[in-house]
Design a protein around this ligand. Structure first.
Ligand SMILES: Cc1cc2nc3c(=O)[nH]c(=O)nc-3n(C[C@H](O)[C@H](O)[C@H](O)COP(=O)(O)OP(=O)(O)OC[C@H]3O[C@@H](n4cnc5c(N)ncnc54)[C@H](O)[C@@H]3O)c2cc1C
Length: 391
């Protein structure tokens, strides 16, 4: 790294947290250090929800406040403006998981459209996160073949409705100058999602990048997909947006493959995933004339690699081309120290009613406690800041 950046400066990392917030976060991280305890707490949280026990306030005051920005858009706005004071942008993400009805997909679409208008009014550098599984039934998507098969009329009509919903999102984002990050989910839905998002990039990413797809680099086929996408963009004269993640559904993917007696689409070991993630970072940053990149990761080594490559490829306008993003409540050391050093950094900021956010929160707790070293690293930094503040 040319610039000497301390990504572990705890004073900068937690400046935005009051003493009370810091203590609460420390308490949560102390609890989730123990995977067995997380499993136990998960059961209790599910019981609270199932039997509608009047303990919602307890969840709200504790784990909800660490990982969620509020129960509604107005509460999220307070978090967004607090982050903005520290130079950190927001990727607004509504967390509620609905059922598979058409009614639910329409409500989700309306929520996303309202969010785009909302964040567009808040700041010039705004983003929304979108899960395509909220707009059409994943079981239907899994059955759609994107190549070599002529779909029947019903499938065609349904796909048309789905495409139209996605287009409404992109078109409004285009009017409001809001960037859209399409999340990646299960591998079995990804071919259809790739096809849809590529068509949106070709339509809206002309001379600017508004539409981003997500590449899960734990998948064995993503480097070749990345290379293919870059070639297509060059051939047809549009730009591409790539959000790079390692991937959050590893166990699920392996289980599916095992059940179907197929080879797992996910690398068999951690090292291969890391190599693939870092290779994607290198390809994207080298191709910065065509690709705008978001490193959505809590991995400090990958962030440091990107900082080196920004220098190596002399990406002087990196603020508009290279983004760093972490989940709200996680790796504040990276987010806030990057922002302080004038890199474009953001938080994925989920919001939603406490009851509806619980599945999201439980995933965060389980993910944190299962990623080796993640929780203890967070805990140690929080502890250092508490002792620095002498509280
Ligand atoms: C802003 C943001 C947006 C995100 N959006 C998405 C999204 O759209 N879709 C999605 O799937 N995830 C998404 N994620 C979640 C992301 O995939 C997880 O945070 C990630 O899995 C953790 O990776 P890391 O780089 O932060 O941390 P690290 O701790 O460096 O990596 C942990 C990851 O490495 C991989 N890994 C660990 N062990 C093995 C193994 N034995 N074999 C193979 N691979 C292994 C897994 O992917 C594991 O999650 C997002 C994360 C962020 C921060």
């Amino acid at each position: 790294m040319k610039k000497n950046i301390d990504l572990n400066n705890v004073e900068i990392a937690f400046e935005y947290k009051s003493d009370a917030d810091l203590k609460n976060t420390l308490m949560i991280y102390r609890l989730i250090q123990k995977p067995r305890l997380v499993k136990y707490l998960t059961k209790i949280a599910n019981l609270i929800l199932q039997y509608k026990l009047p303990l919602k306030f307890l969840l709200k005051k504790t784990v909800f406040n660490v990982f969620c920005a509020g129960q509604n858009r107005q509460e999220a706005a307070r978090t967004m403006s607090n982050l903005k004071k520290h130079g950190v942008n927001t990727v607004l993400d509504y967390v509620a998981e609905g059922d598979n009805s058409d009614e639910s997909f329409r409500i989700n679409l309306d929520t996303i459209l309202t969010n785009i208008r909302f964040v567009g009014e808040q700041s010039n550098d705004s983003f929304v996160g979108v899960k395509l599984s909220g707009l059409e039934d994943v079981e239907f998507i899994k059955k759609v073949e994107v190549t070599n098969v002529t779909p029947d009329i019903k499938t065609k009509e349904r796909m048309h409705v789905f495409l139209n919903r996605v287009d409404q999102i992109c078109s409004l984002a285009n009017q409001q100058h809001v960037k859209v990050y399409f999340d990646a989910e299960e591998r079995s839905t990804q071919d259809v999602y790739d096809f849809v998002i590529e068509s949106m990039m070709a339509k809206y990413n002309k001379g600017k990048v508004l539409i981003y797809t997500t590449l899960q680099m734990y998948l064995k086929d993503r480097i070749s997909y990345l290379e293919y996408t870059i070639e297509e963009a060059k051939k047809h004269g549009y730009l591409i947006g790539m959000k790079l993640v390692r991937g959050a559904y590893m166990e699920k993917e392996r289980d599916y493959a095992l059940q179907a007696k197929k080879e797992s689409p996910v690398f068999d070991n951690r090292e291969d995933t890391d190599n693939s993630f870092n290779k994607a970072v290198a390809i994207c940053l080298k191709e910065h004339a065509v690709v705008h990149t978001c490193l959505a990761t809590h991995n400090q080594k990958s962030v440091e690699l990107a900082l080196e490559l920004i220098d190596k490829y002399a990406i002087t306008d990196h603020f508009n081309k290279v983004f760093f993003s972490q989940l709200f409540g996680m790796s504040d050391n990276l987010t806030f120290n990057l922002a302080k050093n004038h890199y474009n950094s953001s938080k994925y900021v989920p919001y939603g009613e406490v009851e509806k956010a619980i599945p999201y929160l439980l995933r965060r707790a389980e993910e944190n406690s299962s990623i080796e070293g993640q929780v203890s690293r967070e805990y140690e930094l929080l502890r250092q800041e508490k002792s620095r503040r002498k509280i």
